[in-house]
Ligand binder design. Structure first.
Ligand code: BLA
Length: 494
């Protein structure tokens, strides 16, 4: 990477940019005196004031009634409060943070939403029992209907914060992004942290010239104003360049949380500037919260389905294990075995013999992996980066390993291929839109993908709890069968 470096990415203090997006105005007010201590430079123009209202009571700008309403302990749920300033209608959105009342004014009106729509969406989806992926597609469709964006994606994080476009609904003529993967560094840690606090971010026009806060530092604290919760917060220029390189003109992003962790984002792109009034964004926020609540249930159901399928296979394997050499049974039922942990191949290494099924790195490498497990005295074991642990293993077939000991130094091994082999990436014909900005190709989907692919070399899809548990149950079944067989042989000998 040339100009942009991933370490500086993580350290950009995006919550204190000292600037706002210019389609609205921001006032920071000290309390309890109600005096404006900082204002965005565009206030005078936008609000038709002769000068910035610094040092003046907020009531001089907003009127006494509205100012009184904002004295509520938490004025956030009151938004949007209508006000007319300088002959123009604004929505007032206010919150308290770090000892300041932060008041933002945005152009009022425009499209509004049908409040019943959210209720209908919720009721329909509580009942329909959709699986996780189709559910996310319904969510994308709903957000598109609410907002009118050209492209709406559900972007899902993996445990290492890489992301995937997991569902997508878009204008017909646009190239699909569905299934594309991106590295964790595209959305750095401080941004992800911020998105727990601020659930909806709106960027109506990425070509904006930001408006500075005046004075630059809060005169009371000597510190920059914390805009973590502000709707007008000016966005990181790095991210703006990324969007420019994608030819995107405006965005809206909604956080999705599962059990308190950022699970994903609904990311909306428009190829022309698009401003959504606060009321529509509030509907998006409610939708995001509803979806977040359902994610746990949907993912738990997904896990249950995986476990039920494994249970069926285990039942069939158990029946076969009665009275026969378990190692032989496993070697004779490759599909059952491979399917059990959602692997692509399996090997039974028993004595000096290796039995292979499906996609494996071959007998020699399987024997070497078993020897490595034996040397390390390893019991049940799994990794999604085997070539890093056992150098020389073939990443194409054996980036992932799940292993259980069968007794006497024997092992049952499952293999998964390198993830990048199974991942779709739209090639050149689809990426006509991609251009490169001043910070080079890294700040583009193509640069992202190249980095992601480098980072994913020698890595498979991680094994899930359901896969590990199925392997563990099989392990116990085999041990029981071996013990029974041992007892049977002893009885025969007597
Ligand atoms: C933010 N980067 C983001 C966000 C997304 C992406 C969705 C959140 C924006 C928001 O919530 O408003 C990335 N957007 C994508 C991806 C797709 C998409 C992958 O539509 C795919 C379809 N970004 C980089 C690099 C850096 C970087 C290399 O790619 C750092 C060097 C930084 N991204 C960066 C920062 C933010 C961000 C700082 C925070 C923007 C902000 O909220 O101010």
């Amino acid at each position: 990477m040339s100009t942009v470096d991933l370490v500086t990415c993580e350290s950009e203090p995006i919550h204190i940019p000292g600037r706002v997006q210019p389609h609205g105005a921001l006032l920071a007010v000290s309390e309890p005196d109600g005096v404006v201590v900082q204002a965005s430079a565009n206030c005078a123009d936008l609000l038709g004031l002769p000068e910035l209202p610094l040092g003046r009571p907020l009531a001089d700008v907003l009127g006494r009634d509205l100012t009184a309403a904002l004295a509520a302990p938490d004025p956030r749920p009151l938004a949007p409060l209508p006000v007319s300033v300088g002959g123009r209608a604004f929505d007032v959105i206010a919150h308290r943070h770090a000892g300041r009342l932060i008041v933002e004014l945005e152009p009022a009106g425009g499209a509004t939403t049908d409040p019943d729509r959210l209720v209908r969406f919720t009721l329909a989806n509580l009942r329909n029992g959709l699986h996780l992926q189709p559910f996310c597609e319904v969510v994308a469709r709903e957000v598109r209907a609410l907002t009118g964006y050209d492209r709406v994606m559900v972007y899902r994080f993996d445990p290492d914060w890489n992301g995937e476009v997991y569902a997508e609904v878009k204008r017909e003529d646009l190239e699909p992004f569905l299934g594309l993967h991106y590295p964790a560094s595209d959305i750095p840690a401080q941004a992800r942290r911020l998105y727990h606090l601020n659930l909806v971010r709106h960027l109506p026009d990425i070509t904006y010239a930001s408006s500075a806060l005046v004075p630059e530092l809060d005169p009371g604290t000597g510190a920059p104003l914390d805009l973590s919760h502000a709707v007008l917060r000016s966005v990181s220029p790095i991210h703006v360049e990324y969007l420019k390189n994608m030819d995107v003109a405006g965005t809206l992003t909604i956080s999705l949380l599962k059990d308190g962790r950022l699970w994903g984002l609904v990311a909306c792109h428009h190829y022309a500037p698009l401003f959504l009034p606060y009321r529509v964004r509030a509907a998006c926020e409610s939708l995001g919260v509803l979806v977040s609540l359902q994610l746990s249930a949907k993912q738990d159901a997904e896990d249950l389905r995986c476990r039920a399928a494994a249970q069926e296979r285990l039942g069939r394997l158990a029946a076969a294990l009665v009275g026969d050499d378990p190692v032989a049974v496993l070697a004779e039922r490759p599909d059952e075995l491979i399917g059990l942990t959602r692997a692509a191949g399996a090997a039974v290494v028993s004595g000096g013999r290796v039995t292979l099924a499906g996609a494996t790195p071959g007998a020699e490498q399987a024997a070497r992996v078993a020897q490595w497990l034996r040397d390390g005295n390893r019991g049940e074991y799994d990794t999604h980066a085997l070539p890093a642990a056992v150098p020389g293993t073939d990443p194409a077939t054996a980036s992932g390993l799940l292993a259980v000991p069968l007794g006497g130094g024997d092992y049952l091994l499952w293999f998964r291929p390198e993830l990048i082999a199974s991942v779709r990436w739209a090639g050149d014909p689809h990426y006509k839109r991609v251009v490169t900005g001043p910070n080079g190709p890294r700040l583009s989907p193509r640069g992202s993908f190249t980095l992601w692919r480098e980072e994913q070399r020698g890595k498979s899809e991680p094994w899930g709890a359901c896969d590990r548990d199925a392997a563990h149950t099989l392990h116990e079944m085999v041990l029981t069968a071996l013990a029974r067989r041992g007892a049977g042989l002893e009885a025969e000998a007597r």
